[in-house]
Design a binder for this molecule. Structure first.
Ligand SMILES: [Zn+2]
Ligand SMILES: [Zn+2]
Length: 164
């Protein structure tokens, strides 16, 4: 559900102990409208003249450090950012679950698969040996997105170059 007002995004920042800045509110509201993680450059473009890319990068790293955002890389190795919890990112951590991500092999689009939650406990089994320290893990599935899959059926596999 998108954050319907600046106030709602502001309350979430306040709950996380962060100052309410225009850019932080803008980033939270923008990302609450989509399940496709966005690259910093896209976010800067979408926020328009209100900000610049340095501020956007700084904001993304602050919100990611607080686990309000998470990031995922596409086939182009560019980081994309998404809300960790779409309803209330500031909710307590003990209900935290993570989800798989999808990367389209044809158009390169990246999606959060929120309907495929992964228990963080599952990931505990992946600790290889005591001497390793695992900071995070991710599950990424690759294939054709609904759009590319439809195109493939109607016109055969296309290798058009899609730009964002
Ligand atoms: Zn696709
Ligand atoms: Zn995600």
């Amino acid at each position: 559900m998108p954050f319907s007002s600046d106030n709602q995004a502001g309350l979430i920042l306040k709950a996380a102990g962060l100052k309410r800045t225009t850019v932080r509110i803008g980033v939270l509201r923008l990302l609450s409208t989509t399940d496709k993680p966005m690259a910093a450059a896209q976010i800067t473009r979408a926020l328009g003249t209100a900000t610049d890319h340095v501020t956007v990068y700084r904001t993304l790293s602050t919100l990611t450090a607080r686990n309000m955002l998470h990031r995922i890389r596409g086939d182009d190795r560019v980081w994309r950012y998404a809300l960790t919890r779409k309803t209330d990112p500031a909710q307590s951590k003990h209900t935290q679950s993570t989800h798989a991500h999808f990367v389209c092999q044809l158009c390169g689009s990246v999606e959060c698969l929120r309907d495929l939650p992964l228990s963080t406990r599952v990931l505990d089994h992946f600790t290889p040996r005591k001497s390793y320290r695992i900071n995070y893990s991710e599950v990424v599935v690759h294939g054709l997105c609904p759009q590319c899959n439809t195109d493939r059926h109607s016109t055969g596999i296309r290798i058009d170059h899609h730009n964002g």
